[in-house]
Design a protein around this ligand. Structure first.
Ligand SMILES: [Zn+2]
Length: 507
């Protein structure tokens, strides 16, 4: 006998023949707004699938391996069932200039959007740990995704449980973490999907806007254009929808109600812009001399989008033409040192070198012929936002101000900020950093592949907490921090495992 069950937004088929194995007694046939279900694949990870759709799992009997949503008892024997519910958690979208949903703790308006910053209350959770010089250890470890150069997003994507995705954008691979099964799955592209490879410039996506379709991951850059990426964990697959097709020069950004991306036209760089859903598109001239690759990920600030490059900056304010401003010779930026930093009066600055020494140069000056302010400094400074260090010492005032020396011996270290925690109730900049102990070489060398004998993973705040230590690290700026399942995680493409620290009290 075959029974059909409508449960929540799902349709199930039940086979009640005595010979039916428990694994095929209930088969998920359809879920609203999910185009395809691959039950062969789903059956291999039923606890995960049950959480995604809110189905029930057996406790004491073995008449079926999964039951439809809302089933409290086994229909065969009356044994109680267990609803597969996952606790809600804060969402994570990484550094993006796109608007964040409320469950991802949107940044306040007064900071740039698109830098590695978060408004999640990490400090309250991490600063309860023993302070330095105590050296802690990661609480949790998970295997690195098989394709390790990737960016992470954690959200429910319209399903009943939050999941972690790792998009390997240099390999065209989308990877999905199955928490109950504790393993990564590589999703396959549905027929006709775009290649997700993008390596022309720094990688950043735009999270889905209001009322996303089920599975929507957001708008991603590819070598051939901007695509809406939609994942289907019930078929271990994804599909794409074209938003704008052209060879992209950089990652997309968002400002106000507009999104924008530079692309390569036969006669040079142009800027495509549209409303957040892709409607009302417009193409704007940039000019023949602007580079077609090698841009940083964009950030928005004060109603304007910025892309930075070794050769200059690209600025765009909706309603105005984009402006390409080459840096004045012989000043060149040090983009690898972090990103734009903010002075007390709210202006943004970028560190660079003119051959004679380092200086901060004001960025975003739009006045034709306007002379941006330049502030010379005595040595390299690493950071972005307001989280900035000169060697081992934090710079707490304006970016060019004298560093705060609490401990002279810190001069033998070099600190690289990874993630700034933005808080409206805190004046001291806080965040996650790497501290390279006993490193007296140039900052450029530390970031260019030199082996760093001992690195501390450290939280800087009202109290400093050493979270872990790492031996023989190379390319430290490849570290990717993210928050998932109430923990802070740190991934490096050369590590076999992602390290995690529990954030007590954070959902
Ligand atoms: Zn039973």
């Amino acid at each position: 006998m075959t029974h059909w069950w409508q449960a929540g937004d799902s349709v199930w088929r039940e086979e009640t023949e005595a010979a039916t194995p428990a694994s095929t007694r209930f088969v998920l046939e359809a879920v609203k707004d999910v185009p395809r279900i691959d039950w062969q694949l789903a059956r291999a990870r039923l606890p995960d699938v049950a959480q995604l759709i809110g189905a029930a799992l057996p406790t004491t009997c073995a008449h079926a391996t999964i039951y439809p949503q809302g089933f409290a008892f086994c229909p065969e024997c009356g044994a109680p069932l267990h609803p597969a519910r996952a606790a809600p958690h804060s969402a994570w979208w990484g550094a993006t200039s796109g608007p964040l949903p409320a469950d991802a703790a949107p940044l306040p308006r007064h900071v740039p959007h698109g830098l590695p910053q978060t408004a999640l209350p990490l400090a309250a959770a991490l600063e309860t740990r023993p302070a330095e010089p105590f050296v802690g250890q990661a609480d949790l470890r998970m295997p690195a995704p098989p394709n390790a150069v990737c960016v992470f997003a954690a959200a429910d994507f319209g399903f009943a449980a939050q999941r972690l995705l790792a998009l390997a954008y240099t390999r065209n691979v989308l990877q999905y973490w199955d928490p109950p099964g504790a393993r990564w799955h590589v999703f396959t592209a549905e027929e006709g999907s775009a290649d997700l490879h993008f390596a022309a410039s720094g990688y950043a996506w735009l999270p889905p806007g209001v009322s996303p379709v089920r599975g929507e991951f957001g708008i991603v850059p590819t070598a051939r254009g901007l695509y809406r990426l939609i994942v289907n964990p019930l078929a271990e697959s994804y599909r794409t929808q074209a938003v704008f097709e052209a060879p992209l020069a950089a990652s997309p950004g968002a400002v106000g109600r507009r999104i924008a991306v530079p692309f390569v036209a036969p006669d040079g760089l142009r800027l495509w812009t549209a409303s957040a859903d892709g409607a009302d598109p417009e193409v704007l001239e940039i000019g023949p001399s602007a580079p077609t690759a090698g841009w940083t990920t964009p950030f928005s600030y004060d109603g304007r989008l910025h892309w930075l490059h070794e050769d200059g900056q690209l600025l765009w304010r909706p309603g105005q033409p984009p402006r390409w401003l080459p840096w004045p010779f012989p000043w060149t930026p040090r983009l690898q040192f972090g990103g734009p930093v903010r002075s007390r009066d709210g202006r943004l600055w970028l560190i660079g070198n003119d051959g004679a020494g380092y200086a901060f140069r004001e960025v975003g000056t739009e006045l034709p012929g306007g002379a941006p302010q330049v502030e010379p400094i005595g040595g390299a400074r690493l950071g972005f936002g307001t989280l900035l260090f000169r060697r081992g010492h934090q710079v707490k005032d304006d970016p060019w101000a004298v560093e705060d020396v609490e401990d002279q011996s810190r001069g033998d270290a070099l600190v690289l900020p990874l993630l700034e925690a933005v808080s409206v109730t805190r004046s001291q900049p806080s965040g996650l950093v790497l501290r390279f102990e006993q490193f007296t070489g140039r900052a450029e060398a530390a970031l260019a592949g030199e082996v760093l004998p001992r690195t501390l993973i450290e939280w800087i705040g009202q109290r400093n907490v050493i979270l872990d230590e790492v031996a023989r690290l190379k390319h430290p700026q490849a570290c990717v921090p993210f928050v998932w399942h109430g923990s802070l995680w740190l991934h490096h493409p050369s590590w076999n495992e992602i390290r995690g620290w529990k954030l007590e009290g954070l959902a």
